[in-house]
Design a protein around this ligand. Structure first.
Ligand SMILES: Cc1cc2nc3c(=O)[nH]c(=O)nc-3n(C[C@H](O)[C@H](O)[C@H](O)COP(=O)(O)O)c2cc1C
Length: 255
């Protein structure tokens, strides 16, 4: 078995291994294998063609999600596919209306309930620093003003529900399943965008009921899926962060 694996690894190894000697460093003209290319080239797509994705491709994408690793192989997820234009529009509208209400309360200097809202905001920002981060808060105004739609008008949406009974860290497991689907979609020539804003469905019962989100499931993320308009590649740069590298009893820093 080990021999077979070693042979397989050799066969799969890139032709010019020496190019990979310097890790964590991208060089102009460097060769990447197809999996690396998909990882490096994928970008979030926020403009989709008005053309539905064939069901067969969506099923392949779901399969990539199903095959994701999970702690204890507990597979704590459920996927919900929505391909109904009216339903997607209705979900988008619902979130826009909720964002309008949030915007009103957040506009604490003008709103009559401003002081109470501001106090509540200060408290929750301390208790929920990730959720109340300035970035999602900035997006509330953009969605409220209709400049950004929840699913960017994508023709297909995959919702990721997390089974709270999963072993160890189910949020990590569902994140991996989601990223598997996103990368598979990109490899099939499709565009995707993670949609954390499905969080807003919590502020009401309508969509949780309709989508069957009930114990033990929790709606955690959405994925907008469709054929991209234009080419969003290279939209956002990445920081080059230090990596501490321990070897031979010594630590060095790698970039
Ligand atoms: C968990 C998660 C939630 C996200 N939620 C949203 C969202 O609600 N709306 C949106 O337009 N983009 C969303 N994004 C996309 C990020 O803004 C995007 O991945 C980031 O800016 C990096 O850009 P890139 O995906 O093009 O590389 C989300 C991404 C992740 C990983």
């Amino acid at each position: 078995m080990t021999e077979i694996l070693e042979t397989e690894m050799e066969e799969r190894a890139p032709a010019k291994v020496e190019e990979f000697a310097e890790m964590y460093t991208w060089h102009e003209g460097m060769e990447w294998n197809p999996v690396e290319r998909v990882i490096l080239e994928r970008r979030s797509v926020r403009k989709y063609k008005d053309k539905q994705v064939p069901e067969a491709l969506v099923r392949r994408i779901l399969e990539a999600g199903r095959f994701a690793p999970s702690a204890g192989n507990s597979q704590p997820w459920k996927f919900v596919v929505v391909r109904d234009r009216d339903m997607i529009d209705s979900m988008q509208k619902y979130v826009q209306l909720r964002c309008k209400a949030f915007k009103f309360f957040l506009n604490w200097q003008k709103s009559p309930l401003g002081k109470i809202a501001w106090f509540y905001f200060q408290m929750t920002a301390r208790l929920l620093p990730n959720l109340m981060h300035p970035i999602p808060f900035g997006a509330i105004t953009v969605i409220a003003d209709g400049k950004l739609k929840l699913f960017h008008d994508a023709p297909t949406v995959i919702l990721i529900l997390m089974d709270r009974r999963g072993a160890a860290k189910p949020p990590i497991d569902v994140g991996i399943a989601g990223q598997n689907m996103i990368l598979a979609a990109h490899s099939l020539g499709l565009g995707t965008c993670w949609v954390g804003f499905v969080e807003v469905f919590k502020f009401g019962t309508k969509w949780n009921k309709k989508l069957g989100v009930a114990w033990p499931y929790k709606l955690v993320e959405g994925i907008a899926l469709g054929y991209p308009v234009g080419n969003p590649d290279g939209m956002i740069e990445r920081e080059l962060q230090e990596v501490d590298w321990w070897e031979g009893g010594q630590k060095r820093t790698v970039y």
